[in-house]
Design a protein around this ligand. Structure first.
Ligand code: ZN
Ligand code: FE
Length: 258
């Protein structure tokens, strides 16, 4: 059966991802209920599960209001306080939604218990729901984790199959790419991707999902071993070429980048 993957805009720059088979739907990180209810009604879909990546309000704020329409579980990270009741998940767990297996990947850094959901693909390309860990051209801020943790979390995601569709929870792509180009002015693939994304946004469309193969080529936070990235990080406080040190310098630099 063909699955449809849709980015529902929420707040100013969030996406609530919806996957559906024409009858049943699952949503990821519903920070508000209204966009989900509208999408369900418009397509005459039943809501069969909610997946949560981390506890921030812009990811869970709509969960309780959606329970009246929900015929199934809310899944979330065991180590975080998700609106109860929810099915607590650990690294390596597998959940089945819409008949598809999704594997849980621990990705601490943005929050201490943040998880991602990965489906290896059957008819279509693999799917990754990564919340606020990996963004196109960037990564989440380190609110609770260390640079070492986030560097390791992103490395796990970067190892997924290249054709994996990367479903991030925010449309931060253009501002991320502005920073990425400051880090790697010599990256031609990055310059081309930035031009494509500018055209996409100008047409009012989401730049997401991205692909893991694309992120490996253009996302400086996945490229901490490349010479140009190492040199740029050194000019912004990195004291060695070690991956976590390069990552930490990039993250600090981006926090103040305009
Ligand atoms: Zn967050
Ligand atoms: Fe968020």
């Amino acid at each position: 059966c063909a699955m449809d993957l849709i980015a529902l805009p929420a707040f100013t720059d969030n996406y609530i991802w919806m996957l559906h088979d024409g009858t049943n739907a699952v949503v990821v990180d519903p920070g508000e209920a209204a966009p989900v209810l509208a999408a369900l009604d418009e397509r005459h879909l039943a809501l069969s599960a909610i997946l949560v990546t981390h506890y921030h309000g812009d990811h869970v704020g709509g969960v309780d209001a959606l329970r009246a329409r929900l015929h199934g579980p809310v899944y979330g990270p065991r180590r975080e306080s998700i609106p109860a009741p929810f099915v607590p998940l650990d690294d390596g767990d597998e959940v089945e939604v819409l008949g598809l297996p999704f594997r849980v990947i621990d990705v601490p850094g943005h929050t201490a218990g943040h998880i991602a959901y990965f489906h290896a693909g059957r008819d279509g390309a693999p799917i990754l729901f990564c919340g606020d860990t990996l963004f196109s051209g960037g990564c989440g801020r380190l609110f609770e984790g260390t640079a070492e943790q986030m560097h390791a979390s992103l490395a796990r995601l970067a190892e997924l199959p290249g054709e994996t569709r990367v479903c991030c929870a925010h449309e931060y792509t253009l501002s991320n790419l502005k920073f990425a180009r400051a880090v790697e002015p010599g990256n031609a693939a990055l310059a081309r991707y930035a031009a494509d994304c500018e055209a996409t946004r100008a047409a009012g469309r989401p730049t997401l999902p991205s692909r893991i193969a694309v992120e490996r080529e253009i996302n400086p936070f996945l490229r901490c071993g490349h010479d140009e990235v190492v040199r740029a990080a050194a000019a912004h406080g990195a004291t060695s070429a070690a991956g976590p040190e390069v990552f930490a310098a990039l993250r600090r630099w981006k926090n103040d980048f305009r």
